[in-house]
Design a protein around this ligand. Structure first.
Ligand SMILES: [Mg+2]
Length: 219
C-alpha cells in the first residue's frame, strides 16, 4: 500500500490509499497545501479505550462512518495517526495490525466512508522487541507522524485539525501547530498523562467534524 519509491523507518507503519498515494506522487508539482483532519484511532474511530490487538476487537463507534464520509465529501484528507506500541510489546504483529486496518477499511466502506492514510507509531520504550524498544519521535505526544504525513501528502499543518481522546493526542497536535479537538469518547481526556488545553472539547467525532467543516453555506 505504500509507494515503493518512499522508504520509512521500521518504527513507522504507513498505509496510503488511492488519494494519499496520488498526493504523494504529486507533491513535487503540487504547490497548494491542503488542510487535513488528523484522527487518533482507538477511542475516536473505534472502541472505548480497551486495546485492539485482533480484528475482532475492532468496533466502529456510533456516527463515525457518517462523520468520515462528510470529510470525504468535503475533500478533506483523513489521516489516522495511531500509537501502536503493542507491536513493540509483541501484543500484536504487523500482520495483525494490517488485518485490523483491513477491518476498519471494510467497516467504513460499508458506510460509504474511507480514510486517505494511516500512520502508526510502533516503538515503545519498554517494548520486548529489541528493534522497537526505544523512545520515538513518531510516538505521540511527539508529532513525528503528523510531520511525516504533512511531508508525504502536502498538508498545511497550521490549517489542519487533530482530533483525539487523550492528552497525548492533543499534545501532538499542538506541537505540530494544528487546531486540537478533544472528544469525550474513549478516554475522554482522562488518561492523566499530561495537562493539556485543547482548543475545543466536543462529544464525539461527529461533533468534531461539525467544527472542522463549519456551518453549511447559506447560499
Ligand atoms: Mg485514543
Amino acid at each position: 500500500m505504500t509507494d515503493p519509491n518512499v522508504s520509512y523507518p521500521a518504527e513507522l507503519y504507513v498505509r496510503l490509499y488511492e488519494r494519499g498515494r496520488r498526493r504523494l506522487r504529486a507533491r513535487e508539482s503540487e504547490t497548494v497545501q491542503v488542510a487535513a483532519a488528523f484522527l487518533d484511532r482507538d477511542g475516536v474511530i473505534n472502541n472505548k479505550g480497551h486495546y485492539v490487538n485482533r480484528p475482532a476487537d475492532f468496533e466502529l463507534l456510533p456516527g463515525v462512518g457518517d462523520a468520515i464520509r462528510r470529510l470525504n465529501e468535503a475533500s478533506v484528507p483523513v489521516v489516522v495517526v495511531t500509537n501502536q506500541g503493542g507491536v513493540a510489546m509483541e501484543y500484536l504483529s504487523i500482520e495483525d495490525l494490517d488485518d485490523i486496518q483491513d477491518r476498519m477499511d471494510e467497516d467504513l466502506a460499508a458506510l460509504g466512508a474511507h480514510v486517505d492514510a494511516v500512520y502508526g507509531a510502533l516503538a515503545y520504550p519498554e517494548g520486548t522487541l529489541r528493534a522497537l524498544r526505544k523512545e520515538s519521535l513518531y510516538r505521540k505526544p511527539a508529532a513525528g507522524m503528523l510531520y511525516q504525513a504533512a511531508d508525504d501528502l502536502g498538508i498545511d499543518l497550521a490549517a489542519s485539525t487533530m482530533v483525539g481522546d487523550t492528552s497525548t493526542d492533543i499534545a501532538a497536535g499542538k506541537s505540530a501547530g494544528c487546531r486540537t479537538i478533544l472528544v469525550r469518547t474513549g478516554f475522554a481526556g482522562r488518561d492523566g498523562r499530561a495537562e493539556v488545553h485543547p482548543d475545543h472539547v466536543v462529544a464525539d467525532l461527529s461533533a468534531a467534524v461539525d467544527l472542522i467543516l463549519g456551518p453549511p453555506d447559506s447560499a
